[in-house]
Every structure is written in C-alpha cells, then in structure tokens.
Design a protein around this ligand. Structure first.
Ligand code: APR
Length: 249
C-alpha cells in the first residue's frame, strides 16, 4: 500500500534547501525489529510494574531483580536489527542539510542503521554506568556471569545507563532536543504514545514555535490534535516513503 505524502510535500523543497527537520522517535519505531513497545498489547509494562523495575528505588531495593529484567531486554536488543524506518532516518541525513534525530529509544538501532548522532534522551541499554564513580562503559557482548555487577574501578554497583522514572534527563541532551524542536521547520513525532514527559512536550514546543507538526503512528496519541497531518500506518512505510520522495538512497 503506497503512502499519500500530500500533507508533507509542500515542505520538501524547504527541507532540501536547508530548512531544519527534527524528529522524535519512540518504541514503535523499533517494534518492527521485534522489540516490544512499553504500553499497549504485549508491551513491557503489561503485567509488570515500572515502579518495581525502572526506578532508582527499585534498584536500591533489589538490584538483582532489576538486572535480570535488563539482561533479558539486552538479549532482545543484541538479536535485533534496524528496520526500514531506522534505515530511512539514516538515509535522510544524507540528503537533508539540517536534520536532528531525537530518540527515547535505548536500543541503539538508530546508530546501527547509520544515523550519525541521534540525541538519546533516555540513555542506552547497551552501556553500563557506575552508581558510584559514574564511569560509563559499553556493555559486554554477553550477559554478566554474576549479578549484580560491580564497577571494576570503585566496586560500587553498575546500573544500565538509562534514565529511570523519577530521574532527570541528561541536561545537555534535553537542551539540544528542545533547541532542535523549537528551531525546526518540520517536526515529526514517530512511534511514540506521547505520554512520557518531558519528551512528550517536544511536539508542543515545536508547534508553538511555528513548526509544521506531523504524527506517524497507527494509533492517535495526545499530540494528534496539534498535528497539521497524521499518518496512521507504520513508521517503516511512512519513513521509507518520505526518504524515497526526497531522493535519499
Ligand atoms: N510504527 C509506528 N508506531 C507504532 C508502531 C509502528 N510499527 N507500532 C506501535 N506503534 C506506536 C503505538 O501505537 C504507540 O503509540 O508506538 C507507540 C509506542 O508507545 P509506548 O509503548 O508508550 O513507547 P514510547 O512512547 O516510546 O514510551 C516512552 O516510556 O516506558 C518509558 O522510557 C520508556 O522511552 C520510553 C517512554
């Protein structure tokens, strides 16, 4: 089924000419790579309490339980490959002079697809961070032999380098994302339920600053009323169509 890009077409020449495109992606973009989303049927939070698995308190109470959950997710990420949506974003970087990719995803699939420097608002699950000295290292290619893992430098507990509920986003990343949203001519919100703050406010910031806002998601989300256009189909279909239409190879 071909995607009708008519709502976006009027902005293509601006984008090719250097007007900035910015995009926010969520778990829906990685769904087609076999990674579960968070909410909705089969989501990670279906039958699991985020408070027990994705907060600093949960980690303090039971680091082994939290690590078992993240090791299980890491195995899925290790087995996952970028899909057409990830590849389309990387292709677009090759033809658009100014493009900013902002992601809530911690799976690193945008980088694996070739995206140069996605802004990782929620960190990356394939990195370890020491709770004591703050050292960040790439995760080993295989699960830890013993849990919970400890920092080789200071022996404090290692945690996944992700942002948990109740924690603030990395200041630099958030500032960059805000600036990109407010400076964008076109802002795409792709594969996110738009319910987790502050990332969920980026579309609003962009629209308020005058950007043409579009939602790409099979389902409507709270951002939809602000959008100039919506594409109610998969990220891979729409993003590939956009990349093709803009001559990205
Ligand atoms: N293409 C586009 N969108 C899709 C697809 C697809 N193939 N499949 C599902 N979606 C949409 C769903 O309709 C849903 O709106 O992706 C969205 C996924 O929403 P969530 O599961 O809530 O994921 P996300 O919005 O990324 O979550 C935000 O919440 O749990 C925290 O830190 C975690 O980064 C995460 C944040």
């Amino acid at each position: 089924m071909s995607v009708d890009l008519a709502p976006l077409v009027p902005y293509f020449s601006d984008l090719r000419g250097g007007r900035p495109l910015a995009a926010l992606t969520g778990a829906g973009v990685s769904a087609e790579s076999g990674l579960p989303t968070f909410r909705g049927a089969g989501g990670l939070w279906e039958g699991r309490r985020a408070e027990d698995l994705a907060t600093a308190e949960a980690f303090a109470n039971d680091p082994v339980k939290v690590w078992r959950f993240y090791e299980w997710r890491r195995e899925k990420v290790r087995a996952a490959r970028p899909n057409e949506a990830h590849l389309a974003f990387a292709r677009l970087e090759g033809v658009l002079p100014r493009m900013t990719l902002i992601t809530q995803n911690v799976d690193g699939l945008h980088q694996a697809a070739g995206s140069r420097r996605p802004i990782e608002l929620h960190g990356n699950i394939m990195r370890d961070r020491c709770r004591g000295c703050g050292t960040v290292t790439a995760a080993a290619p295989a699960p830890f032999a013993t849990l919970p893992p400890r920092c080789p430098l200071c022996s404090e507990l290692l945690r996944p380098d992700v942002v948990w509920f109740g924690e603030v986003l990395p200041a630099g990343s958030w500032h960059e994302a805000e600036t990109a949203a407010e400076g964008s001519a076109v802002f795409l919100v792709v594969g996110t339920s738009s319910v987790v703050a502050p990332a969920s406010s980026l579309g609003l910031l962009a629209a308020r600053a005058g950007a043409h806002l579009f939602e790409i998601n099979p389902e409507a989300t709270p951002i939809a009323p602000l959008a100039e256009g919506v594409f109610r189909t998969s990220a891979s279909e729409v993003m590939s169509a956009i990349a093709n239409a803009l001559g990205a190879r």
